[in-house]
Write a protein that binds this ligand. Sequence first.
Ligand code: ADP
Length: 272
Amino acid sequence: LATVRVPVLKQHDELSELSLLFNDMLDRMQRYIEQQQQFVEDVSHELRTPVAIIQGHLDLLNRWGKDDPEVLAESIAASLQEIKRMKSLVQEMLDLSRAEQVEIQFGQEKTDAREVGLQVFNNFQMIHPEFSFVLDNDLKHKTIVKMYRNHLEQVLIILMDNAVKYSQERKEVHMTISKNSRYVEIVVQDFGEGISQDNLDKVFNRFYRVDKARSRDKGGNGLGLSIARRLIEGYHGKLSVESVIGQGSVFRISLPLSSEQEESQTIKDTEK
Ligand code: ADP
C-alpha cells in the first residue's frame, strides 16, 4: 500500500487536502491489514497447542493404548478437555470478531445496570461457596443504561471470573455499584495475585496473559478482557484497571446513564 501513496503537495488548497486524506486512508487500511494478520497468527498459535495435545494422545492410543483401559480413559478425557478448550476459544473469537465489526449492534435496549450487577454477584456467590463476596451497593433505584443486557452481563462475568481465577490465597471479591449524575460505576475488586505495572496496559490486548501456563491451567485464553473492553467502549463507557502485584486488582466499569432514568420506581427492600 505504501507504493500508492500520493506526494503531499505544499500549497493549501483542496487538492492537497485530498491527498492528505487519501494517505491517511491508506495508513488506516495498512494498520487494519496488519491487525488482521496478527489476529490470524495469534489464533493459529492458540489452536496449535490443543491440536498438538490431541494428536499426541491419538498417537499414544494408536501405538499401545488401545488395549490398556487406563491409557484409553486418560487419553479420551484429555482429548475431550482440549476439544472443550478449542470450542470455547472459537466461541470467544466469534464474540470478539462480532464486537469488532464496525456495524456491531450496540443495542439501545434499556438495561438496569444495578439489577444486572446484583444478579451476577448472586450467581457467583452461589457457584463459589469457598469465596467470600462483599457487595457495596448504594443504589436503591433502577439505574438505566442503554445497552444490551447480555453485553453487560458478559463483561461482569469476565471480571468476576478473573477475580476468582487469580485469587489463590485470599479468597475475597468485592463488588461496588454506585453512580454520579452521568455515569454508573461497577467496580470488581480482588485481593489476589495482582498485575505488575509493566503488564497493566497489556492485559486488555488479545491473547495476552501474564503467565500463559497458569492462565491455560485455569481455562483462560487471554481474550476475556479484550472482549470486555471492546464491549464497554462500544457503549461509550470505560473499563480501567488498577493493581498492585501481590495485593490485588480493581477493575472499574463506567457507563453513561440513560437520560430516561426511572427514579420513581423504588426497588422493594427484599431485592436489595
Ligand atoms: P484469561 O483468559 O487469560 O483470563 P483475560 O483477557 O481475561 O484472559 O486476562 C488476561 C490476563 O490478565 C490474564 O491471563 C491474567 O494474567 C491477567 N488478569 C486478568 N484479570 C486479573 C486479575 N483479576 N488478577 C490478576 N491478573 C489478572
